[in-house]
Design a protein around this ligand. Sequence first.
Ligand code: GUN
Length: 295
Amino acid sequence: MYTLIDGKATAAQIHAELSMEVQNRLNQGLRRPHLAAVLVGHDGASQTYVNNKILACERVGFRSTLIKRESTIREAELLELVRSLNHDQELDGFIVQLPLPGHINAERINEAIDPAKDVDGFHAINLGRMLLNLPGYLPATPAGVIELLRRYNIETEGKNCVILGRSHIVGSPLSVLLARSATPGNCTVTLCHSKTQNLMEHIQRADILVAALGKPGFVRGEWIKKGAVVVDVGTTRVPDASRASGYKLMGDVDFESVAPHCSAITPVPGGVGPMTISMLLRNTLDSANQRHYGG
Ligand code: GUN
């Protein structure tokens, strides 16, 4: 029998911890942590993610601000907005929800964010600091995966970890976090991508398999090493007429066939997804406490 790694319950536990820390701040006469989210356009998934982030802020006692802009916004205007948020003394951190419309250079926007307010951990300074094991904001989804492994006491040292997908926001940073000298960490990491040859052979050697490709149901049970730990980061909306929303969320892992081979596995939904928001809130509270960048 496998352990179901319950991200929803773990996130709820973390939110309770964060609420207590907020209360301690208020008792000391300090203000509530304050997160702003910038949403450009009307992409349904992005709207849901941002709304969930704002709701989570309210639940743990943070202040939050939602800033909406039309998808026709010019890059210069968005850069101006980022600069004004950088200088807003009442704001501890902010995020610009991705993806951005095609006419906007997302890298330029990302690099304009003050690293001390980059609670997504996407800025080159924060990613570089992560690589050097210096204090900084860790990207929320990779940090969420690490936190799940920590809280479920999953042994990582010396294990073969195979990551599917080399995105800047999940696969690449997670490969660094799992390989570094830390607990969880000390894995031997293989980072697989679209040009990887003999993918199945890599997957068959994985003690820990992380799927972050965005291909629903891609990973099949017959590829899984017996007793492996499988972490599914995929969250693709697939049309489903039987649901009121018209879609269902699907992970990259075919849960039914994979789970019986595992010692532990994350579900979709309710696995890594809720942890992303928890880690974003953690980063925002760290910013309010000036944990990484001082005053
Ligand atoms: N789009 C998908 N995931 C994320 C995230 O974690 N942060 C931002 N800003 N955009 C995203």
